[in-house]
Design a protein around this ligand. Structure first.
Ligand code: S3P
Length: 160
């Protein structure tokens, strides 16, 4: 299993698609899979049942994975010890983006329930997550100034 982790907007889903082609290996977009399973968008899930409900679904999803695939995770997957333990069964690639890349990419986004508050609050949320990504990562790949294809190629090199 290859897990792509990183903050919202770091490009996990697009990179997973490129990596899937590069490695000729299937990929799963975790957020989409959970949305499909629940019949609800993540935004609506947060609104109707709260964040903790969604977090439980993430953990259940990780536990249920058994095929060897590329998994593009949601940005908060690293929050629980249990999830970090589950991730450690595979190779974990942290797509590291700088704060300026993130604000450029998420500017105007209203679909992500945790991308909220003023710029200072968002930056704090981003910075608080960084040590957790680093802790969970087997490899760290910078995404700043790189296309998803270039990031996918860098991951292939790491995994060689
Ligand atoms: C979240 C990131 C989102 C999604 C949910 C929560 C987070 O995924 O799982 O909105 O806590 O960072 P992306 O990283 O794909 O945006």
């Amino acid at each position: 299993m290859i897990y792509l982790i990183g903050y919202m907007g770091s490009g996990k889903s697009t990179v997973a698609e490129c990596l899937s082609t590069e490695m000729n290996m299937a990929y799963i977009e975790m957020d989409n899979a959970i949305e499909k399973q629940e019949g609800l968008s993540i935004k609506d899930m947060f609104q109707a049942y709260g964040e903790s409900y969604f977090r439980r679904k993430e953990t259940d999803f990780l536990k249920g994975l058994n095929e060897d695939t590329i998994v593009s995770t949601g940005g908060g997957v690293i929050l629980s010890d249990e999830n970090r333990r589950l991730l450690s069964r595979g190779s974990v690639i942290y797509l590291k983006a700088s704060w300026s890349t993130i604000i450029d990419r998420l500017n105007g986004d209203s679909m992500r329930p945790l991308w909220k508050g003023d710029t200072k609050e968002k930056q704090k949320h981003f910075e608080n997550r960084l040590p957790l990504y680093e802790e969970a990562a087997d490899y760290i790949v910078s995404v700043d100034g790189r296309t998803p294809q270039q990031v996918a190629e860098a991951i292939v090199q790491c995994l060689k």
